[in-house]
Design a protein around this ligand. Structure first.
Ligand code: ATP
Ligand code: MG
Length: 221
């Protein structure tokens, strides 16, 4: 279980996160909603260790990871797909996916799990193509696929539907639903597309101006 308690974060003089608390359980999809600029991505960057939080705690599977470096969080099974599809444009699809194996310390012999190609067949078809030659929707599938290569127990997705056409949104939704059904992974999903979040969420939280203003069961969204 992920247990974030009372995180505070500032940029310059402005208070961006105000005592934000959030829990995400294994086997559940937890959706974080809120308008542009309320601090959703900032919270995820604190979770991943890219921005040290000013105060508060982050516990994962009982361990306080607040002081762990980003790569140590990845090594503990936390995979992050940032907003805006960060992929390696000059590397092939397969090489991009191999980057996800870094979690295992570059151990020789590890292969890209077949399940990743089964979830996103386009990645198999295009495995020798350069990442930069993929369409936006295909790049998003690659970014999610690369996170799944690390076989995470916490998958953090920042607006995976942003700028994506409906058929691919549907496919990404099915992948998330199937992952949740395996009950061995916590999924934390930041989303602005309300219908998409509502269809997937076991629990939801709404942020406004750096604060969680509402939360509850997904069925009551
Ligand atoms: P969106 O839905 O548009 O992605 P968000 O909820 O993810 O929004 P954040 O990216 O977390 O919002 O930004 C929260 C606030 O922090 C915004 O006001 C933003 O302008 C500010 N901010 C974000 N990154 C920085 C930075 N590196 N330096 C200064 N201010 C920043
Ligand atoms: Mg954001």
């Amino acid at each position: 279980m992920l247990d974030i308690q009372e995180l505070d974060q500032y940029y310059g003089g402005s208070h961006i996160l105000r005592r934000v608390s959030l829990q995400a359980e294994i086997g559940q999809v937890t959706c974080l909603l809120g308008r542009n600029g309320v601090g959703k991505s900032t919270l995820l960057r604190c979770l991943m260790g890219q921005l040290p939080a000013k105060s508060g705690s982050i516990r994962w599977q009982g361990e306080d990871i607040s002081r762990c470096a980003p790569h140590q969080r990845v090594a503990r099974g936390i995979a992050y797909v940032p907003q805006g599809r960060e992929i390696f444009g000059r590397l092939t699809v397969e090489e991009n996916l191999r980057m996800g194996l870094a979690r295992f310390g570059g151990k020789a012999g590890r292969e890209i799990p077949a399940s990743v190609y089964e979830m996103f067949p386009v990645l198999y078809d295009m495995r020798q193509r350069r990442g930069g030659d993929l369409s936006g929707g295909q790049q998003q599938q690659l970014a999610i696929g690369r996170a799944l290569v690390s076989q995470p127990s916490l998958l953090v997705l920042d607006e995976p539907t942003e700028g994506i056409q409906p058929s691919i949104i549907k496919q990404i939704g099915e992948v998330i639903r199937n992952l949740a059904a395996r009950r061995d992974m916590a999924i934390l999903l930041v989303e602005q597309y309300y219908d998409f979040a509502e269809a997937l969420a076991d629990r939801y939280l709404v942020m406004s101006r750096g604060e969680v203003i509402r939360s509850g069961q997904g069925s009551q969204m």
